[in-house]
Design a protein around this ligand. Structure first.
Ligand code: ACK
Length: 912
């Protein structure tokens, strides 16, 4: 109750233990002044708290004013007289903090200026983040910072057997919590993480890198006997390539390739094999071919040397086939095929190979490579050359082909037994190109590269290289082949202008450039109907010939408009040519004349070795004539009937290839033939086939095979695609259908398609899906091509360019023609149902295998030459095993499907 109270209570010195912010928690009771008897007096309801920092305990002498005030503390709840009676003391708790502290310790002081107070407890403390292991890094006890919002960055230390991946760090908050861990440690190689520690890998296990999550069992064919292994050792005879990961099994060199077969074609050898039974556990198997040339008498072998070419290469072959070319003829070779993988060089002793012995055949000579120019005069040139590097036999003669530069279509061929010739009668001032090839009993070799002789006039009399005089007897001009229209026209025009009206073309083009365009550059067929005046069309595309240049020799047949004759054409400055002459009979109508000459307007637009070549027309005198090249063997159907069974399959395929090539040219030009049939193909003495019989509407009028359809048009039913019969949809695709029929005619030597069935029956049968059966002895690949041409959906039929390349492939690989259509499934006089489930229904081996859910084998089938359905049809169970189809279930599935297809093919035949 006294005035000016000032009572102090001082603590002893308190070490702050390194903390820079401390907390003070006070618990106290305080008397409510109002409850004091006798009024307020000097009563207070607060007290003050102070501190004083010092590094040691000398605080007894501190003056009051040296203390720094922390706060005035008030009670939340004070007690009264009543509370005293109830013995209920209301305890207050207050917390204050002080910082930053800079000395080692401090004193606290409490000043009471008149309060009735009981200070029950004083708790002094600081906050810290406790020691912890996080991400395999140990973080120590950390006292929080001085500032209440401060985060202390603390570095961790990697635990035993661990290494720093990224420096481990964490942040200690003012509240004593660890926040924001950064970086981590990883158990080093040979150790793995378990419960925040790194444990050693047991024997038989390894860990190759700190980044691997845990110890792994040693991979196959490897082991380790030690703890903490970082890799495993390979068992005996097993290896690891440097680049192999330690997790990969140890591997070994592969076993030898299997079932190697060879196919000799002249001086080329094709080898094919199947992969080794044991790849050594690796995927990087490739093949190496060693070539040895062996003496048939001594049996001694030597390395082949550098002249052999390997296609695609000799080493590192990924596919299971290779072709060796440029081998010597009539020579024994041994080829060793070795399978190699990434560890083969670690065990050279274990290399295994399969050997194939072959003897090469006779072969055509290699191309003549060294040609020398001799004497060049105004109109002649002498050449000499050396025997080819590889004659491959006795050279019987050389063939020298030459033509004026840029006039390749018009060339001359000379034959010579010597290695020299003199070509004379050349045009002064012109440049010429020469090519030479040699012939042995095995046939012609390839032509030499082109050999340019510059302008004759410029080099007149110039002696280039001495050449031996050529013998006249050995030098026989053979034939002047196909003359480019533009060149003739130009030559004739010049001749005509210079020497007046002599034997030659009577009408010249105004502009030679324009002419060139017509005959060389324009690749699209122009319908002569687009010309108002048909005479203009014929003279646009056909040359007018003087009748006096033509000698008619004999009548060879009868056409719709008049006789067809053979004869000779002698144009000025040109060799005499054998020609065919179609005449227009006297008393023709204007329409007949127009239609007759329409064929020439069309033919004149074409320039292709498999299209009948137009020499010109005679329209200025009578009879009106169309003059074409002469085809010694006449029309193909008659010729085949006359020579039934006389040709090899390759010869027949050669004819078909020519026709397809001509048709490709026509379709590229946008011309639809509409009447493609063997009777409209002509064949010459070299068995070259050429498409003929062009026309507009009259084509079909003039064809005795053409019949009137219900819609009024005249159509050669047996040769015509169903859509063309039904709604006159004539396209190149309908020409492809007809081409299929021509194939059938050719392979059956001129048999009549559908024999004596009536046209109506043919239409009905084809519409119902029946197709002509295979001709006798017909290669399966060709019959399949026919069936493809007879697809109902015209878009599914092959295009002519595909047909040409298919036939080329067959010609290049004659063994592919050995598989004939199975005799039991070929019944003549029966039509074959073109069933969608038959072999024809699958357009590829892949499609078939996918359909029977065996698609996984597609690649193996293709790689082993079973690339067409025809080839697949020959597959036996043995073949399947050889191909690696080892699961019995899969073998059954494939064999059953093949069997099913064959049965369907046989059942699909119905008698007419
Ligand atoms: O079978 P062929 O002897 O060949 O009978 C016919 C006849 O004329 C009526 O067309 C033959 N023929 C047509 N054009 C020629 C030609 N350019 N060369 C040879 N013969 C031809 C055809």
């Amino acid at each position: 109750m006294e005035q000016n109270q000032n009572n102090w209570l001082l603590t002893s010195w308190i070490s702050n233990e390194g903390a820079s912010r401390i907390f003070i928690e006070l618990k106290f009771t305080l008397r409510d002044c109002n409850s004091l008897p006798g009024g307020l007096g000097t009563c207070k309801e607060t007290f003050n708290m102070y501190y004083f920092e010092s590094d040691d305990e000398d605080g007894r002498n501190i003056k009051e004013n040296q203390y720094i005030k922390i706060d005035t503390i008030a009670a939340d709840e004070s007690f009264t007289e009543l509370d005293l009676g109830d013995r209920v003391m209301k305890l207050n708790t207050e917390v204050r903090d002080v910082g930053p502290l800079t000395k080692k310790g401090f004193y606290l002081a409490f000043q009471d200026v008149g309060a009735c107070i009981a200070l029950v407890s004083v708790r002094v403390y600081y906050k810290k983040c406790p020691s912890v292991i996080r991400n395999l890094a140990r973080f120590p006890d950390t006292i929080t910072g001085a500032d209440s919002s401060q985060l202390l960055e603390v570095s961790g230390v990697c635990v035993n057997h661990s290494v720093t991946d990224e420096a481990p760090k964490m942040h200690c908050s003012a509240e004593g919590e660890w926040l924001v861990p950064i970086g981590k440690c990883l158990c080093k190689a040979g150790y793995e993480e378990k419960n925040n520690t790194c444990q050693v890998c047991r024997p038989g296990f390894f860990k190759a890198s700190p980044h691997s999550p845990s110890c792994s069992k040693c991979p196959p064919h490897s082991y380790t006997l030690d703890e903490a292994s970082t890799s495993c050792l390979c068992e005996e005879h097993y290896f690891r390539k440097e680049s192999d990961p330690p997790t990969m099994a140890c591997t070994r060199p592969p076993s030898a390739p299997r079932s190697a077969i060879s196919n000799v074609n002249e001086t080329s050898v094709f080898l094919e094999w199947i992969p080794p039974a044991d790849t050594g556990g690796r995927k990087d198997v490739s093949y190496y071919i060693a070539c040895k040339k062996c003496n048939s008498h001594s049996g001694l072998c030597e390395a082949c040397g550098g002249h052999v070419r390997y296609l695609p290469q000799q080493t590192g072959l990924k596919n299971t086939s290779v072709m060796m070319v440029d081998l010597l003829a009539h020579t024994n070779y041994t080829f060793e095929i070795e399978a190699v993988n990434g560890v083969s060089d670690q065990n050279p002793g274990a290399r295994q190979f399969v050997s194939v012995n072959v003897t090469t055949n006779q072969a055509a000579p290699s191309p003549v490579s060294s040609v020398k120019k001799g004497k060049i005069t105004k109109n002649s040139i002498s050449l000499s050359w050396q025997e080819p590097d590889r004659p491959n036999g006795i050279i019987l003669e050389y063939e020298i082909k030459y033509f004026e530069k840029d006039q390749e279509m018009s060339y001359t061929i000379i034959k010579s037994k010597e290695t020299t010739i003199t070509a004379d009668g050349l045009k002064p001032g012109s440049a010429y190109v020469f090519q030479i090839r040699a012939r042995t009993a095995a046939g012609y070799g390839g032509f030499s590269r082109r050999f340019d002789v510059p302008c004759l006039e410029n080099s007149s009399g110039q002696e280039w290289e001495p050449v031996a005089a050529s013998s006249d007897q050995s030098q026989i001009p053979i034939i002047v082949v196909s003359v480019t229209v533009g060149v003739i026209l130009l030559a004739v025009v010049i001749g005509f202008l210079l020497s007046g009206r002599r034997c030659g073309y009577s009408k010249a083009k105004q502009d030679p450039e324009e002419e060139k365009m017509h005959f060389h550059n324009v690749r699209t067929y122009i319908d002569p109907h687009t010309y108002e005046d048909p005479n203009q069309a014929v003279h646009e595309f056909a040359k007018e010939i003087e009748a006096s240049c033509i000698t008619i020799e004999r009548v060879i047949g009868a056409g719709e408009f008049g006789e067809v004759c053979s004869g000779r054409l002698k144009l000025q400055g040109k060799r005499e040519l054998p020609v065919a002459i179609k005449t227009l009979k006297v008393g023709y109508t204007e329409k007949q004349r127009r239609d007759f000459l329409g064929e020439a307007s069309i033919m004149g637009q074409f320039d292709h070795p498999n299209i009948i070549h137009l020499e010109g027309v005679v329209t200025k005198s009578k009879p009106v004539m169309i003059v074409t090249e002469y085809m010694e063997n006449g029309s193909l159907d008659t010729f085949l009937k006359k020579n039934d069974g006389q040709f090899t399959v390759i010869q027949l395929v050669g004819m078909l290839r020519g026709i397809a090539s001509g048709m490709k040219y026509l379709s590229d030009m946008g011309y639809v033939h509409r009447d493609l049939a063997a009777r409209n193909i002509l064949i010459n003495s070299n068995l070259v086939c050429k498409v003929s019989d062009f026309g507009l509407s009259r084509v079909l009028e003039d064809d005795p095979e053409a019949a009137y359809t219900t819609r009024g048009g005249k159509i050669p039913i047996r040769w015509t695609a169903p859509e063309a019969i039904a709604f006159r949809k004539f396209t190149s695709a309908s020409d492809v259908w007809s081409y299929g029929i021509v194939m059938w005619e050719v392979m059956s030597y001129g048999e009549r398609p559908y024999w004596e069935m009536t046209n109506q029956d043919v239409i009905k049968a084809v519409e119902e899906g029946y197709r002509l059966p295979s001709p006798m002895d017909c290669p399966a690949a060709l019959y399949q091509l026919m069936l493809d041409c007879w697809q109902k959906d015209r878009n599914s039929r092959p295009k002519f360019d595909e047909i040409v390349s298919m036939l080329d492939k067959l010609i290049r690989n004659p063994s592919s023609l050995k598989t004939l259509v199975n005799a039991s499934s070929r019944v003549s006089n029966l039509l074959v149902e073109h069933s969608p489930v038959g072999s024809g229904a699958y357009r590829s081996v892949g499609e078939w295998l996918e359909a029977i859910k065996m698609g996984r084998y597609t690649e193996i089938f293709m790689e082993n030459g079973y690339s067409s359905m025809d080839a697949v049809a020959q597959v036996t169970l043995e073949d399947l095993r050889r191909l690696g189809v080892t699961l019995v279930g899969h073998q059954k599935k494939i064999m059953n499907s093949l069997q099913e297809m064959k049965v369907q093919l046989v059942n699909g035949m119905v008698p007419l």
